[in-house]
Design a protein around this ligand. Structure first.
Ligand code: ZN
Ligand code: ZN
Length: 260
């Protein structure tokens, strides 16, 4: 027969394991994470209401209830996840058009995703970014087309959200893409000790093809590697990686920085 404190300790250990699980599914501090944190990780329901001397039977019953609720929520998350995988197969990202299936995203000018479902969860909207203080926008500054957020109709949205690099309507770079690219170009301009003028221009030209998947992306990654890793040195290479890693395409990322 185990004691009350043993059962409580056991449930606390389990709760500690569930928190990082939710973080890994939803991303830290996302709307979805906050929504499920309470329901999923609060296993020991009895000790919330009774004091330390709670009868072992009550603790067991409370824990049983907590685990059942948590399990039900995790099952719902799993179902939503499978649903989203199905949706992803039918509507591959980057096919353009069809705004209707997506919510509108709210993104700060530096590219931090503030709310990937701004119409479904308007209470999570912010005029300014809590991470960098920049203004937030929900549409393209050039053509006013809404920024594509997460899929609307798949119930739970479990994948991490990355703001798009370019407007799907007018093709202009979003402010964060533009800011990142110009920061990267400025850095290259400062590498005049190690790179020739020609090298610097070619390197800068490669950036556009790193951000979006184009027929020239592979060529761009090879130029990037040749010009940079070999000539400009490790310091410059890692500084550029820091700047560009969030906006380069998946193809470029896999080639340039596998594992990131
Ligand atoms: Zn920001
Ligand atoms: Zn636009």
């Amino acid at each position: 027969m185990r004691s009350t404190s043993e059962v409580t300790r056991q449930s606390e250990t389990l709760e500690k394991k569930l928190d990082p699980l939710l973080t890994s599914i939803f991303g830290a501090d996302t709307v979805e994470y906050q929504r499920y944190l309470w329901a999923v990780t609060r296993l020991d329901t009895a000790t919330m209401y009774y004091n330390r001397d709670t009868h072992i039977g009550l603790v067991r019953e409370g824990l049983r209830l907590g685990v059942a609720t948590s399990r039900a929520h995790l099952e719902a998350i799993k179902a939503g996840f499978l649903g989203e995988l199905g949706d992803a197969g039918q509507t591959p990202a980057g096919t353009g058009g069809q705004m209707s299936g997506y919510d509108v995203a709210q993104v700060c000018l530096n590219g931090h995703a503030v709310n990937a479902r701004s119409t479904v969860y308007p209470e999570s909207n912010q005029d300014f970014c809590s991470r960098c203080g920049k203004e937030t926008i929900t549409s393209c500054l050039s053509c006013r087309t809404p920024i594509r957020g997460k899929l609307l109709d798949s119930g739970l949205m479990l994948s991490a959200y990355h703001p798009p690099a370019y407007c799907i309507k007018c093709g202009n770079a979003y402010p964060w893409t533009e800011a990142t690219l110009s920061a990267a170009r400025e850095l290259v301009d400062e590498l005049e000790d190690s790179l020739s003028a020609d090298d610097r221009e070619q390197l800068k030209d490669s950036f556009d093809d790193l951000v979006s998947d184009t027929p020239r992306t592979v060529l761009a990654t090879s130029r990037f590697n040749k010009r940079l890793a070999t000539k400009a040195g490790v310091g410059a290479a890692s500084a550029l990686r820091e700047i560009l890693v969030d906006i380069v395409s998946e193809t470029a990322k896999k080639t340039l920085w596998p594992g990131s």
